[in-house]
Design a binder for this molecule. Sequence first.
Ligand code: BGC
Ligand code: CA
Length: 350
Amino acid sequence: MKSKYILKKYHIFLYMLFLLFQIGCDGKATEQQKIDTVVSEIKIGLTVYRRDDTFIAMIVSDMEEAVKEAEQKNNIKIVMNTMDAKGSQIVQNDHIDKLIEQGCDVLCVNLVDRTVAATVIDKAKAADIPVVFFNREPVKEDLERWNKVYYVGADASESGKLEGQIVVEQYNKNNNIDKNRDGKLQYVVLEGEQGHQDALLRTEYAVKTITEAGIQMDKLAGDTANWLRSQAETKMNQWLQIYDDEIELVLCNNDDMALGAIDAYENIDKTLPAIVGIDGIAPAIEAMQQGKLLGTVKNDAEMQSELIFELSYRLAMKEDISKSMNLVRGKYIFTRYTILKPNNDILNEQ
Ligand code: BGC
Ligand code: CA
């Protein structure tokens, strides 16, 4: 009886020893696992509609800077593969396939054609790679196709309103814009690419803001110059031949086109009318300080690229971004626009 009791005790002792050993091993295994899962390299796939677009070129170089900084700060290797679709959606789709094949952890996409986001989203979803769209906003229905799809940009209507405000303020301060004194502003519009949210909404809200302030508008002409300085110059040359001194205001969907309009006037030594732009790029600020450009609206490329990078980095690290990033409706991040006027005054800084 007694020996049976001792034997049982002995078994319990052995079992406890076994358990202790197990706990020890489990503890070690967890540590080992942790070491194994520390990420030492991430891959970001970046594709842009055109790398020679002034604003997009700023975003790309700011992102390259952000990559370098994060590599140093977090002691990690970040490979960013940047691809230029040169204005072709077919080429961009091909680039997306390549970036997926290369095993990118996240895709940053500046669509050529913002209406075909679904194709890109479906490819990424099949490979389970999150997508951060930027600058060219896909429609809501497309963004809702998958929960790992995001958009970083700015509210296009806001930039239109602020551009309109620049004109209103100048008109009210010193009505030298209405050159023929007929109580109306004869204007032309240099539009961005057709179908781009920033082209449609900037024009609409700039005109709305001016008319709602009680200023009558008289549209002489409007056409797309595809965001480009050279095309804007050509368009402006044509309009100058038709309307000449009648033009009192040139509304431009971006600064590059405003600079193109200035080129056209300067080529024939003509006095400049009121010209307004959007973006706040360095040559536009210079033109403003020289009194050639009435004003512009800063489209914060630096902040946008910082946010695109931060979001992409966290996604690549498989973080729960719903906690770490401030997302609107779980998907969007918007930066603010600010008015820039001569002397670099930021009028509506929050
Ligand atoms: C910028 C333009 C740029 C375009 C490209 C706009 O938000 O204001 O300058 O050409 O994006 O998509
Ligand atoms: Ca007039």
